[in-house]
Design a protein. Sequence first.
Length: 201
Amino acid sequence: MSAVSAVNELERRLAADRPHAGPDERTETFHEVKPDRPPSVRPTGGPRPAKTKTRPRDPWSPVPRPTRTEWRRALTPMILQMLGVLLLAVVSFMAGQNALGVILLLALAALAGWRAATWDWTPADTVMRCVDATRPVRVLRVLDPDDPETPVRVVHANRRYAIWWLDADAMVRTGVLLTRPGLVSVATSDSTAVLPEGGGA
């Protein structure tokens, strides 16, 4: 075999290993390079279960409806206060002090209007009952931080109160009562929330 025949045979083998594109074949498909690694295999099983995140327990509890006894205990001081002003007005009219009587009646009307406009409170007995029913404590007294000597009869919304309670070991402890419209929360003296055990009252 001559040298020319050997060269032609070598070129033929190279052409067979790397064929050229035909006249009807697109250049893009001819130059396409196949990946060396096999295609990724999708898992045959079902979708992975989503991880359930545990939500933190809500420190707030809904306040139940006050009972008639709780309303009466809370409203008694207000009613006595208004009756006292009304009695003074009547005495003033009987004594001929009409101007003073009118002033007292206007003051009574203003007091009643102010009480109605600031009706954002709940009887303290109702709040204590709610805390006792939802937490492992028993509230002994609700106190106003500005006047700790006087027990609180009504609890206003969006305020903080000091409380005395009995814990599970029958130990008297102090804490903080936090209020929102229709909700109540309790914390210890070091600002640790006392979480409710279950449903509301």
